[in-house]
Design a protein around this ligand. Sequence first.
Ligand code: NI
Length: 250
Amino acid sequence: MALQATFSLTPEQIERFRSDGFLQLESITSADEIERLAEIYDELFDGRRTVAAGDRLELAGDAEKPVLPQIVNPERYAPELLETVAHANATAIALQLLGDASTSAGMHAIRKPPHHGAATPWHQDEAYWDPAREHNAISIWMPLQPATLENGCMQFVRGSQHDEVRPHRLISEDAHGLVVDGDIDEELVVACPIPAGGATIHNGRTLHYAGPNATDGPRRALIMAFQTPTSERAEPRDFYWQRPEWYEST
Ligand code: NI
């Protein structure tokens, strides 16, 4: 049985999301559910539940020293992630922001280890996607403990979703993560500390960053992505940073 949503955005929040490219929410789930989600999360990362090798990624370090371990499609291995109030509320929020054509684009989970967890460098999510298609997508990022400046809460460049996708490059040779090329306008950066079970929402083009984890505990975040069907772009783009040959030639 699908759970009922318990939350919806106000017209003011929708307006703010449109102008800023991000939004921060204090709570989209209950304390009980956060506890249950954290248990599932650790089972996935500790190997107590099987995850296909292709769905385990290291965004910035390597297999020897993971600094940004990530699991894509965790709901394949823990389908109960979909049977949560958090997911019902995220689905309802996506319908409000993307309209009736909104569908789930899957989840991913990032667990930043204590002390040596690296920063998630500045990037736009669309830099990872097909440059030939027009995308309309949002990500809803929910921490399973308070997200603070010390453990790597999300930070955004206000209004950056109005720009085109900027040039990116791989963080390092063996990593999967991308980092934007060029400077960030620090005056437009907004850090978003939020409680456990709160959320930040951003658009596929909003420039965002999360700091390293300097605390004693892991920083767990569950990301729920939504999109409308993509369409072919009138003007194609060259996302050369997606091509391995480009790195060999530089
Ligand atoms: Ni991102």
